[in-house]
Design a protein around this ligand. Structure first.
Ligand code: GAR
Length: 190
């Protein structure tokens, strides 16, 4: 079978990106070809050095310039673009070109806690403020709107009143690390 290439997109910490890279490190059929990042000082860039994955840092204007940006992705022969903690809206030209090939992970049970600005810690704060007894993760296809693409996978966890925002973040992180690489693998080997 021909090797399938993943391109990761991340904006900050990159614990999911690193987890995905390590999961596929010795896999002969699936390869993490590159990580694209929109922040020059993001921690994820150091993490990628540790796992030997090439990185490309880009600006907002580059992201929206289809003639410049698209060839970069095509060069890596991307079979799947994986947003792993990436917080910008994906431009329409990319959604169209990679139709059904861009996925995102969201730290809540969509359609709850969705939309612009609802990411990472902000989600956990809102979940805590609303006294939810359950939360979880959603992996979904990406369309032109924040968090509205078709859902591929969800997993949930229970919460108690005693759970702090940090506890919620930890429960979500465990679900993400356990499930995201496996869902990617299933999609690519389908
Ligand atoms: C993850 O929890 C991911 O689900 C979330 O950002 C975090 C990134 O952590 N993504 C979103 O909120 C997207 N709307 P990481 O940088 O350590 O992987």
């Amino acid at each position: 079978m021909q090797t399938k290439n993943i391109i990761l997109f991340a904006s900050g910490n990159g614990s999911n990106a690193e987890n995905i890279c390590r999961y596929f490190q010795n896999n002969t059929s699936i390869h993490v070809a590159a990580l694209f990042c929109n922040k020059a000082d993001a921690k994820v860039l150091d993490r990628m050095k540790a796992v030997n994955v090439p990185t490309h840092v880009f600006s907002r204007s580059e992201f929206h310039d289809s003639e410049k940006f698209l060839p970069l992705l095509i060069n890596f022969k991307a079979d799947l673009i994986v947003l792993s903690g990436f917080f910008w809206l994906v431009p329409e030209y990319l959604v169209k070109y990679f139709s059904g090939k861009i996925i995102n992970i969201h730290p809540a049970l969509l359609p709850k806690y969705a939309g612009k600005g609802m990411h990472g810690q902000h989600v956990h704060e809102a979940v805590k403020a609303n006294g939810e007894t359950e939360t979880g993760i959603t992996i979904h296809y990406v369309n032109e709107k924040y968090d509205e693409g078709e859902i591929i996978f969800q997993a949930s966890t229970t919460l108690t009143n005693n759970d702090s925002i940090e506890d919620i973040a930890m429960k979500i992180s465990v679900l993400e690390k356990d499930n995201f690489p496996k869902v990617i693998e299933t999609l690519l080997l389908k």
